[in-house]
Design a binder for this molecule. Structure first.
Ligand code: F1P
Length: 372
């Protein structure tokens, strides 16, 4: 079997996994509304490890905008050892904990869920890729991605499908117009669901297929360009979690120095590392696009090569490589569209270095800790 066979298959089958989780989320809409709504000023605390921590960052930004409630993403270990930093009056009433875990067996995430449950003031839900796990037995509701299971260690379609699942939860539990800059309405308005977002999610799979086709050649060319020695991923708002995920894939699969920053933060010191062996990957937003484009222009002036992902290539003729989605979808629904090219980039760089993305150095599919 060729190196990275499972990883490439899982990246390329991602659109089907996006489609498969939508009916699962629809079936659970009432349960998630009951879990998240009526929480009043409840804090929603999403937690996971590695890829699923980064997904928690993205999902928290989306849920806070959709529900008008405070939502944060934290590493599971933070809940274990620094609970007071994240939960006012540790175990404050009406906290909704959402565990995110591909396996449902990661020790830190299980222990964090158990600690929150023991407080007696936190209700727990989960988003995962497998049934019959210790996590599923601790949480309710539990959204399982029907086609998120993976042979490979580095998460690709698992995290992409769980992201679509989190967006669907926001769509079922939110209120229409929240994302379109519409009036937020009262925070405790009965969540009627965001039909525009839900409809947009149904349109994602063919767009994902198209990106996998269109972006493959570019990802292979950039991934095989050994003059690139380091990669920086830049994203704002919910895209920051995706930038972190792109960074992690680049490390896990290709052993490449890579970092992720909030877009404009990159100027405040980290840009000192930019030279002509640097690739800067910009995950453009709508709201901050002009400011983000200015950062990219400056980095090109410092010698960086650019890979720009976003809705349109308008005004980007000077950028080295641009992947326009041209989806016509609301911005929040486009979030999964950033992942395929980032994953392919890491995959091709890995195989160009003679590595096997299916067997990343030092890593296991699940981190299970023995009692210290
Ligand atoms: C979490 C995780 C992965 C990472 C690696 C080790 O697993 O840290 O994010 O890529 O596979 O485990 P899970 O809790 O999401 O199963």
């Amino acid at each position: 079997m060729t190196a990275g066979h499972h990883t490439l298959n899982e990246i390329r089958s991602q659109p089907q996994s996006w489609a498969a989780i939508l009916p699962a989320a629809r079936e659970q809409a009432d349960a998630w509304r009951a879990f998240l709504s009526g929480a009043g000023a409840a804090q929603i605390l999403l937690f996971g490890c590695g890829s699923t921590y980064y997904l928690a960052l993205t999902a928290a930004a989306v849920l806070q905008a959709a529900l008008g409630q405070t939502a944060r993403g934290v590493p599971s270990s933070e809940i274990l050892f620094n609970g007071d930093a994240w939960l006012p009056r540790w175990g404050a009433p009406s906290v909704r904990g959402v565990a995110i875990s591909r396996s449902g067996t990661t020790t830190e995430t299980l222990r964090a869920a158990e600690a929150l449950a023991a407080q007696g003031k936190t209700r727990l839900a989960a988003v995962t890729c497998y049934h019959d796990t210790p996590l599923e037995r601790l949480c309710s509701p539990v959204l399982v991605s029907p086609e998120g299971y993976e042979q490979s260690i580095a998460q690709t379609r698992s995290v992409g499908s769980m992201l679509v699942g989190c967006l669907a939860i926001a769509g079922h539990c939110g209120t229409s117009g929240r994302f379109a800059g519409g009036s937020p309405g009262s925070a405790d308005a009965e969540p009627a669901g965001d039909g525009a977002l839900l409809a947009a999610l149904e349109a994602l799979p063919p767009l994902g297929e198209q990106l996998l086709r269109q972006g493959d050649g570019l990802a292979a060319a950039l991934g095989g360009d050994r003059s690139i020695e380091r990669v920086f991923f830049l994203g704002s708002g919910p895209r920051y979690g995706l930038a972190c995920e792109g960074m992690l894939k680049m490390k896990e699969m290709s052993l490449t120095d890579s970092e992720a920053y909030h877009f404009l933060e990159f100027r405040h010191g980290p840009k000192s590392m930019v030279d002509d062996a640097t690739l800067v990957v910009g995950l453009l937003s709508d709201a901050a696009r002009a400011a983000e484009v200015q950062v990219l222009r400056e980095m090109k002036g410092l010698g960086a090569r650019l890979l720009v992902l976003g809705e349109t290539a308008e005004g980007l003729g000077w950028a080295d490589h641009v992947v326009p989605f041209e989806s016509g979808l609301p911005e929040v629904a486009r979030l999964p569209l950033y992942l395929p090219v980032l994953q392919l980039l890491a995959y091709y760089r890995s195989v160009s270095k003679g590595l096997d993305p299916d067997a990343p150095r030092n890593l296991d599919a699940v981190v299970e800790l023995t009692d210290e």
